[in-house]
Design a protein around this ligand. Structure first.
Ligand SMILES: Cc1ncc(COP(=O)(O)OP(=O)(O)O)c(N)n1
Ligand SMILES: Cc1ncsc1CCOP(=O)(O)O
Ligand SMILES: [Mg+2]
Length: 211
């Protein structure tokens, strides 16, 4: 796979974060605003429910040629024919996913400790989630709040694409990209916005201004 992660604005979405609106509508608005990759992250659903949502989301994303990444669940990723998966330290390791999912797929891996960068799991991953850059109520079971210094440190240790996640918003996007991130991943800044298309467009403008 040639450069499997050339993306800049990454929506991480679940129904429960969409303020009562249908997930697929929020995702499509966000794509119209400039999101170029989407991760479906359903933490409290059965595989069957997760798969139903993934199928509905994939249909819409396909019509915009936007790739779908599945959080944590290899079965769902395989069955929906996802572009890739994102996993962290408590999940099926990337090396196991590579063995169980044959054709090349894009794999993202969360970095919570610097030591992970030298691991076999990092070696087989296509991009790293710098997780979290700033503390966030959306995910509280985190280890290191990396901050701008953390992004710069990780940037100095790897050439793989870095995805900044955790309280990313319009006001901090410029400095986070300047610190060394390649891509911004957001939940609340788009899913909770009154106008997800506009919120995505504003984030995208900040990214373009910084690169
Ligand atoms: C782009 C991106 N980066 C980091 C994460 C966090 O993944 P993980 O550590 O596995 O935590 P959960 O999302 O599974 O709660 C992510 N999902 N996406
Ligand atoms: C899934 C995830 N992984 C690290 S922080 C986070 C949540 C980011 O949510 P928000 O953009 O609302 O801060
Ligand atoms: Mg996970």
């Amino acid at each position: 796979m040639d450069n499997p992660f050339p993306y800049r604005l990454y929506l991480v979405i679940s129904e429960e974060n969409c303020a009562g609106r249908p997930l697929v509508e929020v995702a499509e608005s966000a794509v119209r605003g400039g999101v170029d990759v989407v991760q479906l992250r359903e933490k409290n659903r059965s595989t069957k429910e997760f798969l139903q949502k993934a199928n509905a989301l994939k249909e819409v994303l396909d019509s915009h040629q936007v790739p779908l990444i599945i959080n944590d669940n290899l079965e769902v990723a395989k069955q929906v024919g996802a572009y890739g998966m994102h996993v962290g330290n408590s999940d099926l390791p990337p090396s196991e996913i590579r063995k169980k999912w044959n054709t090349p797929h894009c794999l993202g891996y969360s970095i919570e400790y610097l030591e992970q960068l030298n691991s076999p799991e990092a070696e087989v991953s296509d991009y790293f989630g710098v997780s979290p850059v700033f503390a966030t109520p959306t995910k509280t079971d985190t280890v290191t709040e990396w901050g701008l210094e953390g992004i710069a440190k990780i940037r100095s240790l790897t050439s793989k694409p870095l995805v900044a996640i955790g309280s990313m918003k319009k006001d901090n996007t410029f400095e986070v990209i300047k610190a060394g991130a390649d891509c911004i991943a957001v939940v609340s800044a788009i899913c909770q916005a009154q106008d997800p298309q506009r919120a995505a467009a504003e984030l995208r403008n900040e990214i373009e201004r910084a690169i």
